[in-house]
Design a protein around this ligand. Sequence first.
Ligand SMILES: Cc1cc2nc3c(=O)[nH]c(=O)nc-3n(C[C@H](O)[C@H](O)[C@H](O)COP(=O)(O)O)c2cc1C
Ligand SMILES: C=C(O[C@@H]1CC(C(=O)O)=C[C@@H](OP(=O)(O)O)[C@H]1O)C(=O)O
Length: 398
Amino acid sequence: MIRYLTAGESHGPELTGIVEGLPAGLDISAEAVSLHLARRQQGYGRGGRMAWEKDLVRFSSGLRFGKTMGSPVTMSLANRAWEKDAANWPVTMSLSAIEDEASVEKITLPRPGHADLVGVQKYAFDDIRPVIERSSARETSMRVACCGTARLFLKALGVEIGGHVLQIGAHGYESWEEIREIADEAAQSGGEALFQKADESEVRCLHPELTARMVDEIKHYRKAGSSLGGIYEIVVTGLPPGLGSYVQWDRKLDGQLAQAIMSTQAMKGVQIGMGFEAGKRDGRRVHDAITKDQNIPGGFGRKTNRAGGIEGGMTTGQPVLIQGVMKPIPTMLDPLGTVDIATKEPAPTRYERSDVCALPRAVVVAESVIAPVLANAILEKTGGDSMSEILPRFQNLF
Ligand SMILES: Cc1cc2nc3c(=O)[nH]c(=O)nc-3n(C[C@H](O)[C@H](O)[C@H](O)COP(=O)(O)O)c2cc1C
Ligand SMILES: C=C(O[C@@H]1CC(C(=O)O)=C[C@@H](OP(=O)(O)O)[C@H]1O)C(=O)O
C-alpha cells in the first residue's frame, strides 16, 4: 500500500516528502514529476510568488537508474523564497535558536478563513507565523510531487487523470449535460488529453467563452480587493470495474476519494458524478442504463455516466468523475474585521502577498491527491511487489 508524508514550512529552506510502498521496477524521473509541479504554478489569479518559484523535485532515495526499488522514495523541493529574501526568511524562520529572537516581528492579526486563529489557540502560540507557515498551501507542491509518483504508477497501467474548471464566481456551465458534452469529448483519448486541452486556457476551463468571462470575474474581484474560489471536475480514465468494495464502510472507494479531496487546503465539498444534482431529479434521469459493450473490460457499458463511474463504493469501468468546490482565498486586500491576539483590540486584517483565485492551480492538486487512493485500490486487487508482477495481473483482471 502506498502512503506518504510531507514536511516543510512555506518560507523554510525546503519541503520534504517520503513515499512508501511503491512497487519495484516503476520508471520515475524528476522531469515527469516536475511537469505537474510546473502546471500547479500556472493559472490566472495566481499571486506574485508563483511567477518566480521554480518547483523542481530532487530525489534522494528509493531510485536506482531511474527505477523504484520497492524502498521508500524521498524527495525535496527548494523554497526559492528562502534565498531570494535572504535577509528575512533565514532569520524569521531560523531552525536554530537566534540571539535576538525578540527583534523578529510577531504576526498578531488572524485572517478569517485561514488557519490563523484556531492554530494559535491549539498550539498555544503568541505569534501566528508558525501557523501560516505550515497551513499554507505551499505544502501542496510537495503533495503534488509525492502523488506524482503514484500518478506514474497509474499511467504505466493506462490509467490517466485530468482536471478542468467548471465555475469561478458567477460564471460556469449551465447544466450537467453541458459539462458532459465538452468534457467527455476532451477525455475521449484519456484523462491526459483532457488536462492538456484544459491547460490551454488561462483558468483551465475547456470552454473558451467561459474562460474569458472567468478571467474578467477574477480581474473584477482583484480590483475590488476581494478573492474567489470555484468548482472543478477531475476525470479518471482506464479504471477497470470492481475497484473498492461495498462490504465495509472504509473500503468504499467514493469515501476514500472524498477524504483525499477534503484534506486539501480550502476545499469545502466533494461530489461524485452528478452529486447534488441527483437530489433534484427523478430516478430515470439519474441512473445509468446498463448496455452490452465489448470495449469495456467485463463486457458491460452504460448509456450515461451520471454515477461518475462508482456504484456501491466500486468502480463501474466508466470514467470516474469527481467534482470539488474551493472557497475564496482568505487573504484579501480589502480588510475584514479581526481581533489582535496580543492587545485583544478589534482591528482590520493585515494583507500579505496572496493568490486572488487559486482554483486553476488547485485543479492540479486535486488531480494528484486522488492518485495514491486509486493506486492502492488497484494494488489491493492485484497484489504484487514489482511492476513485472502487477502489469500482467492488472491486464488479466477481466
Ligand atoms: C493551491 C492553493 C493556493 C492557495 N493560495 C492561498 C493564498 O495565496 N492565500 C491564502 O490566504 N490562502 C490560500 N489558499 C487557501 C489556504 O491555504 C486555506 O484556506 C487555509 O490553509 C485554511 O484551510 P481551510 O480553508 O481548509 O480551512 C490556497 C489554497 C490552495 C489549494
Ligand atoms: C507558495 C504557494 O502558495 C502560497 C499559498 C498561501 C496560503 O496561505 O495557502 C499563501 C501564499 O504564500 P506567499 O505569501 O508566500 O506568497 C501563496 O503564494 C504555493 O502554492 O506554492
